[in-house]
Design a protein. Structure first.
Length: 400
């Protein structure tokens, strides 16, 4: 006997949890750049709110305690999708794909003599337009793509003896908007609730204006204040989303994400110029002739999440997930000293009416131990036994 799959109730709070899962992920990854709103059936809209709080503590190389440097943060994601006809669909997605928020305080090597601590904040916003076309005998296949508008800005303060000559350095990267694209292919088989999608997002090259203050640059005959353009290229990525029915009330899900963070770097001019001069003197032994990046990563990111969703009643379903993030290398920048994570999460979805639903989820993160390093690759801190949690809520509308 063939079962009928109730996709509305089986499509549990998976999207909410997947957004949450990238908290403290590799590099600057934040939202996971989820597009599952566009893959829903019929007319669909969602608004997702995510709150993240991690506890990242450690010690500097002098043995001083470093209190929690991870600032809690929240963000939204929105998505709308509609079918033009049986072949074509359109959608618009908003998310905040990349970011960072770290703040050092207390008595350690990341706080200067005036009590001012090292701080970093990176913010991005992204709007994606998507056009999809179904094909095949039963319209099981779909190709999709569209433009991406992305905005990025950042602030960095390096303070304390850990940064040596760069103690006191400050950089502000003004907001800049540039464009990229998304492309993908999907396959569905409704009779077994199967959906699979492979999505590629291009890198986006920003040419922003930066303002730098480098007090100790005067020691090398260089200006202490400068304002020049800076190229920051946010990375490309590949996402794979999969679900299939196990029986008439149970759904299995999988998500895989790859981001080549080893290709990413932030290289402000004044910071780089001072490091090039340092490379010519004994105190700068080991610094390459081309100078240093302010932020860079050694490894690419892999992220995997597996889940099960179960319909308990016609209007209620629950889900559970386990996840893993590889991190982007260890040692890693002192501005984000964790090496990926393991995670476990629970979620639930309740259909308030035939069309409206509310989903909520939570996730616990076991953050990977990492050594923090400055751009010269000198290890200056050690972070162990850290964790965090994520809460998310989603309101969705669907009509077929």
């Amino acid at each position: 006997m063939r079962h009928t799959f109730h996709l509305k109730t089986l499509a549990v709070a998976v999207a909410t949890l997947s957004v949450a899962s990238v908290a403290s992920a590799a590099g600057l990854d934040r939202s996971g750049q989820d597009i599952t709103a566009f893959l829903q059936d019929g007319t669909y809209a969602e608004a997702v709110y995510t709150y993240i709080d991690a506890d990242v503590t450690g010690k500097d190389t002098s043995g001083n305690k470093i209190d929690d440097i991870a600032e809690s943060y929240d963000f939204f994601r929105y998505g709308v999708k509609a079918d033009i006809n049986e072949t074509f669909s359109i959608g618009v997605l908003y998310d905040e794909p990349f970011g960072a928020a770290a703040d050092y305080s207390g008595d350690n090597n990341f706080v200067d003599a005036n009590g001012e601590g090292t701080n970093v904040e990176v913010r991005t916003e992204s709007i994606t337009g998507i056009l999809g076309a179904k094909f095949g005998e039963n319209k099981n296949f779909q190709v999709y793509g569209g433009p991406v508008a992305q905005r990025v800005e950042a602030d960095v303060k390096l303070r304390g003896p850990a940064y040596s000559i760069a103690n006191g350095y400050t950089a502000h990267i003004s907001a800049d908007q540039e464009y990229g694209y998304l492309a993908g292919i999907a396959y569905s088989k409704p009779e077994i609730a199967l959906k699979a999608a492979l999505t590629y997002r291009s890198e986006i090259e920003h040419n922003a204006q930066s303002a730098e203050v480098y007090p100790n640059a005067v020691l090398f005959g260089l200006p202490t204040n400068s304002g020049e353009s800076i190229e920051v290229t946010t990375p490309k990525s590949v996402n794979f989303d999969f679900q299939t029915g196990i029986n008439s009330t149970t759904l299995a899900t999988a998500k895989v994400r790859w981001v080549p963070w080893s290709d990413f770097a932030i290289t402000p001019s004044s910071y780089n110029n001072v490091s090039q001069v340092l490379a010519t003197i004994p105190q700068g032994a080991g610094i390459p002739a081309e100078g240093l990046d302010l932020v860079s990563y050694d490894d690419d990111q892999w992220q995997v999440e597996l889940g099960l969703a179960k319909r308990l009643a016609p209007a209620l379903a629950v889900s559970g997930t386990v996840g893993w993030d590889s991190g982007a290398g260890n040692p890693v920048t002192s501005l984000g000293p964790t090496e990926g994570y393991y995670s476990a999460g629970l979620g639930a979805k309740y259909n308030v009416t035939e069309n409206w639903a509310i989903s909520a989820g939570g996730k616990y993160l076991w953050l990977g131990d990492a050594e923090g390093q400055i751009p010269s690759k000198t290890v200056v801190s050690d972070f162990e036994s850290n964790d965090g949690f994520v809460l998310g809520v989603k309101v969705s509308y669907q009509a077929q």
